[in-house]
Design a binder for this molecule. Structure first.
Ligand code: MIC
Ligand code: SF4
Length: 677
């Protein structure tokens, strides 16, 4: 037990471990880490976090907030800072961010993974993921190590900063859903098709408020790299996390990594009770593809055969591992890619690059016409390899939100490495089974792991006791994190923007290079707020000195970036009225003092952009007193109800003007410092 203070959510003693019969694996891990609340779905629980992960585009704010909270040393078992999203360093601001992050990792006690060493989820999975642990990460694909039985959750950076300082992480107890796998994948069907099938069935909001727990006889047929493709992309379902039990496959993978000492045999009780069950028969799966521009637009590849393809990309945290690139290399052995199609491989880790190079596969692919990038997120968020106008790009990534590739009206399809490589060979979308029939000598590559993975060099993954710096280095672009005043009594203003369903954080704060370099400079970054929906928005918000945002279902899906709440807050937005909110974004709105009110469809339809919205109740008082229904008066003409679904803790945070102000306030009122043991 690291911390026994009750200050601002910093960890009180854990509940004594009581074994309740019939627990799911998720419940077991949560029970083991529970510091507040009960494991009843919908109730708020506080859990202790063992590991944290942060990356370059969310990490600068994490450490600036860690510093602003007066914290001095990482308190979790492990913290790791990765530099992976913008590793090309087109601008000194990116390089300054990386240097700042190295200095923060050294100063506060985190591992530091250098730019180019790989994507956080890949490097973390290979070096640190451990069964039975909890992890919090300031990236939405943090659940990836669920493939090894770790319960990993994505959140905003401020929650990560607090957890790193020894604070509990608060979350609504999710429902645990049993995804029962049966059968075995046939040739040419892959783990990517398992998760695409779930997206086809459940949609991008089908997993909200849920942990997907994989069980059944199909589990043992999947290797850990296949499992992590599935847990990684559970994020696209909106799920809180996804998890597999551990078994011989887990042990085998950890042995190949030289980390078998962290193995633990964990799984659900035989009589575990689940909120719901979904059965997927792996034997029925076939190659699938998500059409533009939502990951749930899934159809069989055979239905879209013949579409011309100008670009194919293999990479990302979903399918950029050694085990994902090797099948492509095998398919390309002795062949050429089509001459009008470019194929780029962006490995998920430098380790994968190095192994493929040492084994000669890189040369084989290059000879086939493939180009290699450094290990980076890059193109996944429109940094490099932007598709040509009016062209089709097939990617093994996890998101194809409109414009994310760096060009408006893009046509990005998501698929497995096998489907992507088949398209590169043929120059058009083709079911690899049909291509195999056509070519006669193309065999299904299957999945192969190296006997022994090579390790990271000490200078690429720097341990805290080997740190380069012991003080923070801030370049001129690295600013302070703005604080908001406590919630006012009157909340409202002009409805500055009315948006549709499924607005992503890529709409709210795009991640492309021109914008990404301002992630540590909130005033500048705010100028781009919602520019992808309406490029006059930021200016109008500043002129209006605040206002209201209106949206449909699932507002804020996608990334964990807290900038999507922080920038609207900076522009003076006080409330968002939406039909429903994505989990991480809603938590970020609380953290930055913006009131998220849920409205019904009729109210949504009736409100128009430009309407004058007034929350009639004394907002500060109503939020504090636990009021759930708020009266919204529109144009002084008609009234509707907005629902505030918030825990007592979230209400306190809102009233204080956000989590940073709230935590500081608690501190000033005499609470113990979070780092106090
Ligand atoms: C993403 O895939 O959208 C990102 C870029 O990794 C984000 C993090 C960020 O915005 O920096 C995420 O998934 O949380
Ligand atoms: Fe990086 Fe893309 Fe994965 Fe986000 S989804 S962490 S940008 S590779």
């Amino acid at each position: 037990m690291k911390n026994t203070t009750e200050y601002a959510g910093f960890i009180p003693p854990r509940h004594p471990l009581t074994h309740v019969m019939g627990q799911t694996l998720t419940e077991k891990i949560l029970d083991d880490h529970l510091v507040e609340g009960e494991l009843t779905p919908g109730e708020e629980i506080g859990i202790e976090i063992d590991q944290v992960l942060t990356q370059d585009t969310t990490g600068t704010l994490v450490w600036l907030q860690f510093e602003a909270l007066g914290l001095e040393e990482v308190q979790t078992e492990l913290a790791a800072q990765y530099c992976d999203h913008q590793t090309y360093q087109f601008d000194f601001k990116n390089t300054d961010d990386h240097r700042f992050l190295r200095s923060a990792a050294g100063t506060f006690g985190a591992h530091f993974s250098r730019p180019g060493n790989g994507i956080c989820h890949n490097v973390h999975k290979e070096n640190f993921a451990a069964p039975g642990k909890t992890m919090l990460g300031s990236d939405s694909h943090t659940p990836t190590p669920g493939g090894l039985g770790e319960l990993a959750i994505g959140s905003g950076g401020l929650d990560v900063a607090v957890a790193m300082g020894g604070g509990a992480y608060y979350i609504e107890m999710p429902e645990v859903v049993n995804v029962r796998l049966e059968g075995e994948l046939p040739e040419w069907a892959t783990a990517k098709d398992v998760i695409l099938e779930l997206l086809r069935r459940l949609s991008v909001k089908g997993g909200v408020g849920k942990v997907l727990e994989y069980t059944g006889p199909g589990v043992e047929t999947l290797t850990v790299p296949e499992r992590t493709t599935i847990t990684n992309m559970g994020t696209e379902l909106g799920a809180t996390s996804s998890i597999f039990p551990t078994d011989d496959q887990t042990k085998d993978y950890l042995e190949r990594l030289g980390r078998e000492d962290v193995f633990e045999d964990i799984g659900p009780d035989e009589d575990a009770e689940y909120a719901d069950e979904i059965v997927v028969d792996l034997s029925d799966l076939e190659p699938l593809i998500a059409e533009p521009s939502m990951p749930d637009n899934v159809v069989p590849v055979s239905e879209v055969e013949g579409v011309d393809v100008e670009q194919v990309m293999i990479g990302s945290c979903t399918n950029g591992a050694y085990e994902d690139i090797l099948p492509a290399a095998k398919m390309l052995e002795g062949r050429n890619i089509d001459k009008k199609t470019e194929m780029i491989v962006a490995p998920g880790s430098k380790q994968a690059s190095e192994m493929l190079a040492r084994e000669g596969w890189t040369a084989e692919m290059m000879a086939a016409g493939v180009n290699f990038s450094e290990a980076t997120c890059g193109a996944c968020i429109g940094i490099g390899h932007v598709p040509a106008s009016d062209s089709v790009s097939l990617r093994t990534f996890n998101r194809n939100f409109e414009g994310r590739s760096g060009i408006e009206d893009d046509n990005v399809y998501l698929c497995s490495p096998e489907v992507a490589t088949a398209a590169a060979i043929k120059g058009e979308i083709v079911d690899p089974r049909d291509l195999a029939d056509e070519l006669g000598d193309l065999e299904a590559p299957g999945l192969e792991m190296p006997d022994q993975y090579i390790g990271n060099s000490e200078s690429d993954l720097i341990a805290p006791d080997n740190a380069v710096d012991d003080e923070l280095i801030k370049g001129p672009n690295i600013g302070d994190v703005p604080l908001k005043d406590p919630l006012e009594t009157e909340v409202g203003g002009e409805a500055l923007l009315k948006m549709e369903d499924n607005i992503t954080t890529d709409h709210i704060i795009p991640a492309t290079q021109d914008i990404l370099m301002y992630r540590s400079n909130v005033p500048k970054l705010s100028e781009f707020t919602l520019s992808r929906v309406d490029d006059t928005f930021a200016e109008r918000a500043l002129e209006a000195d605040g206002g209201v945002l209106v949206a449909g279902e699932n507002y804020g899906q996608g990334s964990s970036r807290e900038h999507a709440a922080l920038c609207p807050m900076y522009l003076g937005i006080e409330t968002v009225l939406a039909q429903s909110f994505a989990r991480i974004h809603k938590a970020n709105l609380f953290n930055f003092g913006i009131v998220p009110l849920t409205i019904d469809e009729e109210t949504y339809e009736k409100i128009e952009e430009g309407d004058d919205i007034e929350v009639v109740d004394d907002a500060a008082e109503a939020v504090k007193s636990g009021q759930t229904e708020f009266t919204i008066r529109v144009n002084d003409d008609w009234e509707a109800t907005g629902q505030l679904d918030a825990s007592e803790r979230e209400r306190e945070i809102l009233a204080a003007g956000g989590k940073l102000s709230h935590t500081k306030q608690q501190h000033d009122d005499g609470g113990a410092a979070p780092a106090d043991d």
